[in-house]
Design a binder for this molecule. Sequence first.
Ligand SMILES: CSC[C@@H](O)[C@@H](O)C(=O)COP(=O)(O)O
Ligand SMILES: [Zn+2]
Length: 207
Amino acid sequence: MITFEKQAQTVVSLAQFCSDKGWLPATSGNLSVLVDRNPLAIAITRSGADKQRLHVEDVLLIDDKMQVQSGLDGYRPSAETSVHIELYKKFSCGSILHVHTVFNNLVSELYGDVGAVLVRRHELLKALGHWDEDAEVRIPIVPNYADLTRLGEAVAEAATADVPAVLVRNHGIYAWGETAQDARRHLEAVEFLCEYLYRLGVSRVVG
Ligand SMILES: CSC[C@@H](O)[C@@H](O)C(=O)COP(=O)(O)O
Ligand SMILES: [Zn+2]
């Protein structure tokens, strides 16, 4: 049976994974796992928690109006909860991961004006569900709106069923999947591709 306690533990494990990669610097990032779809109930990190040292108490149960249903007094859900809610409403995903890394920031800035970055004929696209040798996908990039309701809407609007990730310019990435394991794999693949694209660009300029 799926319970909030179980999903909160999964959020902690996901934070450990992302933290080991160095993807959650300076309290950045937010992570969530679906508890129920109807009505929507999500286990999500609290705002301001050090996700590199996350405890189950740092995970809150919230509803689709961002109201806390279970959690310690005084704790508020992630400031970017609106992005998670919009994505859960749009896709049948079971987990959403948001991290800040240097490579996803670099790529988001380099291709931000175009609104997407193209990835073509790369083996790691298989991890995103594209098995064709000529596969090409566009990872959307949205502006880093300070209004987080607007940011949530922009991320959900830009998101396509093709690629389970959106870059936010000079901010970070949102990646999702049907299960926590899928979300993790998608995040890892897109992070790999961001590093690859950035290094490829640099090597072409230098070489
Ligand atoms: C601490 S800088 C990063 C934050 O502004 C934000 O982008 C972020 O990812 C974490 O916010 P949070 O409210 O803790 O979920
Ligand atoms: Zn962020």
